[in-house]
Ligand binder design. Structure first.
Ligand code: PHE
Length: 463
């Protein structure tokens, strides 16, 4: 077998894994979930889930990857459990589905860079028209996918790691710049209040559930993205501290994204925070309107900067999504990386076309399916999100944790985590991870999977 390559340094791995985690989920998803989910109370729940539930799953995924030096399917076989390969297969399918629609949204964001630079803020008013111009936005999507494929084709240290080391610091500097700018605007403090002063009466079953799903997606868990990245990590590294760093970076950037967006909404709404609950349109409509409000070249500069930043965040994630099926094809089918990359990227782009068409252009894909018990039909992209993000990821996470603790066994997991981490065994962290992986994660994620399937596809709401 050809050499698989690997990360050249600890910081390179952390940058790449954090790059995978930080994406549309943080900068597009998190603020709108906070906005619709009652503000600061949602933030508190999200933070809790990231550290209590997600961090142990992340360490486990990385450990499985490093132990086996394989893609998510090969990893289960390499540990000697061929029957469990389906978890890896499901992960690869989930990754393909996620990338297929994620790239469409990334394409919209990419196009917005040019709209903002040209001072065309009216695009916010006609966002529905924008997404129905499928040849234009599809073209942006094609460029985005090609860029992703180019990076992945350069390999782990020469492509993924190099890009992450460049883009992650740039992104952090840009986001801090925008936060500072936003805080200078009138009424920005009303945004901060909305964002940071929790009102726990706003928490209900739905908020808890959304915060958990958001945390899990945002940390790229449940589909083997981190098994794959873990397979390129050296035995010298301390997995537990690396996973802790990735969690901290991801959470911090989501937090900064809120700190950037809510003051701007405070400014725009004159302090009433109307518009904060804009849902998925928050970035593309509300925020773009605010850039228009800033006026002329100032709006163009801030708006271009924002969507550039969003694209950087998305790119480090699409790269990790593409690497998962690519590593599978390279390891298991013995196809050269370059060829595998362009082949897989092309197929995923095609799978994304119905998601592209179902946002205004095609009635068939706009109203693709009506679930049992639902009044209105659902569009194709929303269906893919429900299947992949909301169902397959929690199920995958549940099964990975269950497998690691009860099939592969906790002592083997501990042995792998202890390599490069001399103080791990006997520590509190070890005891906590053991508990979380054996009981907490399988149960919580399993329940979440069942609730989603019942509620989304069968109209049975238990919460
Ligand atoms: N974590 C990424 C985001 O927040 C999305 C992602 C999910 C990437 C799963 C890889 C795997 O945007």
């Amino acid at each position: 077998m050809a050499t698989r390559g690997g990360f050249s340094s600890r910081i390179g791995f952390i940058a790449a894994a954090a790059g995978s985690a930080v994406g549309l989920g943080n900068i597009w998803g998190f603020p709108y979930e906070v906005g619709s989910g009652g503000g600061a109370a949602f933030v508190v729940l999200y933070l809790a889930f990231c550290f209590i539930l997600c961090f142990p799953v992340m360490a486990t995924e990385i450990a499985i990857g490093r132990k086996t030096e394989r893609n998510p399917v090969g990893a289960f076989a390499a540990l000697g459990y061929k029957k469990w390969k389906w978890i890896g297969k499901m992960g690869i399918i989930a990754g393909i589905l996620i990338l297929s629609f994620y790239n469409v949204i990334a394409g919209w964001a990419f196009g917005y860079i040019f709209e903002m630079a040209a001072g065309n803020f009216g695009v916010a008013e006609t966002f529905g028209d924008y997404t129905s111009q499928v040849f234009k936005v599809g073209g942006y999507g094609l460029v985005f996918m090609a860029t992703t494929a180019f990076v992945v084709s350069k390999g782990i240290s020469g492509g993924i790691e190099k890009m992450a080391k460049l883009l992650m610091p740039t992104l952090i500097i840009m986001i801090i710049g925008l936060v500072v700018y936003g805080l200078t605007l009138p009424n920005s403090m009303d945004g901060i209040k909305f964002y940071l002063v929790p009102d726990f009466t706003k928490i209900n079953g739905n908020t808890i559930y959304n915060a958990m799903g958001q945390a899990f997606f945002s940390l790229s868990l449940g589909m083997g993205a981190l098994i794959t990245y873990g397979s390129y990590v050296s035995k010298k590294e301390n997995i537990v501290t690396a996973a802790a760093w990735v969690t901290v970076v991801d959470v911090s950037i989501a937090f900064l994204a809120g700190l950037m967006i809510f003051p701007l909404i405070g400014f725009m709404s004159g302090g009433t925070m109307e518009g904060a609950g804009g849902g998925p349109a928050l970035i593309f409509v509300t925020l773009a309107q605010i850039f228009g409000e800033l006026g002329g070249s100032l709006g163009a500069i801030v708006g271009t900067g924002f969507f550039l930043l969003l694209c950087f965040a998305a790119l480090t994630s699409t790269v990790s999504l593409l690497e998962v099926p690519v590593s599978y094809v390279v390891d298991e089918m013995n196809i050269r990386r370059k060829k595998a990359v362009w082949l897989v990227a092309g197929v995923i782009f095609l799978i994304g076309i119905p998601s592209l068409l179902g946002n205004g252009y095609s009635d068939f894909f706009n109203n693709f399916i009506t679930y049992i018990g639902a009044e209105n039909p659902t569009d194709f992209m929303s269906m893919v999100i429900s299947i992949a993000n909301e169902s397959m990821l929690p199920l995958g996470g549940c099964m990975i944790a269950f497998f690691a603790a009860h099939v592969w066994k906790r002592n083997n997991l501990d042995d792998e985590l202890a390599i490069g981490a001399p103080n791990y065994k006997g520590s509190f962290v070890q005891k906590y991870l053991n508990f979380a992986i054996a009981y907490l994660a399988p149960i919580v994620l399993g329940v979440m999977f069942i609730l989603t399937v019942l509620s989304t596809f069968f109209g049975i709401d238990l919460i």
